[in-house]
Ligand binder design. Structure first.
Ligand SMILES: Nc1ncnc2c1ncn2[C@@H]1O[C@H](COP(=O)(O)OP(=O)(O)OP(=O)(O)O)[C@@H](O)[C@H]1O
Ligand SMILES: [Mg+2]
Length: 389
């Protein structure tokens, strides 16, 4: 028997044990054996003289390597929870650093192009309740209802949340949603409570759940632990009242219709604020901010750039500016004379990049119809979006 087939036989044995270990949750050992098996199949494929065997062994090596890598990814996802050899389910395993990032943000309203009506909405619902607490109390207005920012990707939701915290000098407590969810009984609720408890004990703070759809799915559709997460969020949010606490809750999502409707009732995330793609004025502002940082030739016409990027997101525009700058940079790196960025560079970058929001609108409209939330999200259904120039 050739060396190749004895290696393949050994590899098969390792792969079998690895699978059993993976099924019983011993991920690290499973990963090591998957890697061993992949390596052996790979060696075998190099020594065999049979073409069919070679192809099969290569495929198996690739497949087993992928399995090992996917275990690694799972472990990284939960790495916040695996500390000092404690398991995810360990009651005391998650520290504050695992659960959230606390910072005083650097971006303010001045860094956000356009979106003036959204800024005004945020001033009324987030900033004034903090800065004019007594007035709110006097008129018996319960301040501190949560706000849900929603809209197409890359249009400034995360940026707007950070800026809101900066404008009212609050700590920004950005929750790592992936660390919150634990499949172990009790841990997810405890994690959420820990975030709110810590926020209550600090000074003025905004808790921010980015991409909240990943943890607050409809209870009718989610798994058992997802239901517990929503219940705990509801309980914690019902307890927030800014006239007593110096605390507000903000969240962002691209799919507000997939969030449990109970979370959108009064007292919870009762205010939904739509953050649309930038209009002409906003695009001029975003381009101008991006151009300020770079050497720009006289022929660059910001208004024209804004005109031809209708339906592009803020993130698309940032990327276009970076890609335009890459053109003269590349030339200079190849020994050319450094030059300013010209209109032609921007036009080329725009030509090569498609808007990223069209597909969002198509799928959003479809999902709204499917969930029957046509009244709540009529603004999206009615919106006409096209690919621009
Ligand atoms: N109105 C804007 N003004 C200035 N820059 C913007 C604006 N909108 C988007 N950007 C740019 O796009 C980037 C992405 O924005 P942000 O992360 O806030 O989008 P988002 O709506 O949270 O997207 P996602 O849904 O993908 O999380 C920002 O870092 C910024 O560079
Ligand atoms: Mg975001």
């Amino acid at each position: 028997m050739a060396a190749s087939s004895s290696m393949a036989a050994e590899a098969r044995g390792y792969a079998k044990v690895a699978k059993e270990l993976e099924d019983s949750g011993e991920l690290e050992r499973a990963r090591t054996l998957y890697l061993k098996a992949a390596k052996l199949y790979n060696e075998a494929s190099k020594t065999t003289t049979d073409d069919t065997d070679r192809n099969i062994q290569r495929d198996l090596a690739e497949h087993l390597l992928e399995r090992a890598q996917s275990i690694k990814r799972t472990q990284v996802q939960y790495s916040g929870a695996v500390k000092d050899n404690k398991t995810v389910g360990d009651e005391s395993s998650l520290s504050n650093e695992d659960l959230f990032l606390k910072q005083v943000p650097e971006v303010g309203f001045a860094d956000i192009g356009g979106l003036e009506n959204v800024k005004e909405e945020i001033r009324k619902s987030i900033i004034y309740p903090f800065t004019h607490k007594e007035l709110y109390k006097m008129y018996g207005q319960k301040a501190g209802e949560g706000i849900l920012l929603y809209g197409p990707p890359g249009c400034g939701k995360t940026m707007m949340a950070k800026a809101a915290a900066k404008e009212c000098s609050a700590d920004f407590i950005s929750v790592k949603t992936s660390s919150i969810v634990s499949k172990w009984v009790g841990a997810s609720e405890k994690n959420i409570k820990q975030v709110f408890d810590t926020a209550r004990s600090s000074g003025r703070a905004i808790i921010f759940f980015d991409e909240i759809d990943s943890i607050a799915v409809r209870r009718s559709e989610g798994e058992e632990y997802a239901k517990r997460v929503v219940n705990e969020l509801l309980a914690q949010m019902d307890g927030v009242d800014t006239s007593h606490d110096d605390l507000l809750v903000l969240a962002a999502t691209n799919e507000p219709w997939s969030i449990d409707p109970a979370l959108r009732r009064p007292g919870r995330f009762s205010k939904l604020v739509f953050i649309p793609e930038p209009d002409m004025e906003a695009r001029i502002a975003i381009f101008s901010m991006q151009l300020k940082k770079r050497p720009i030739a006289d022929d660059v016409d910001v208004k024209e750039l804004a005109r031809i990027t209708r339906s592009y997101s803020g993130a698309d525009i940032s990327a276009i500016c970076k890609e335009a700058a890459d053109i003269p940079l590349g030339e200079a790196l190849r020994g050319g004379e450094p030059r300013k960025i010209k209109m032609q560079d921007f036009l080329q970058a725009i030509k090569q990049r498609k808007t990223s929001i069209l597909s969002w609108y198509i799928s959003a409209k479809d999902q709204i119809m499917r969930t029957g939330e046509t009244d709540a999200f009529e603004n999206i259904l009615r919106r006409e979006v096209d690919a621009g120039e």
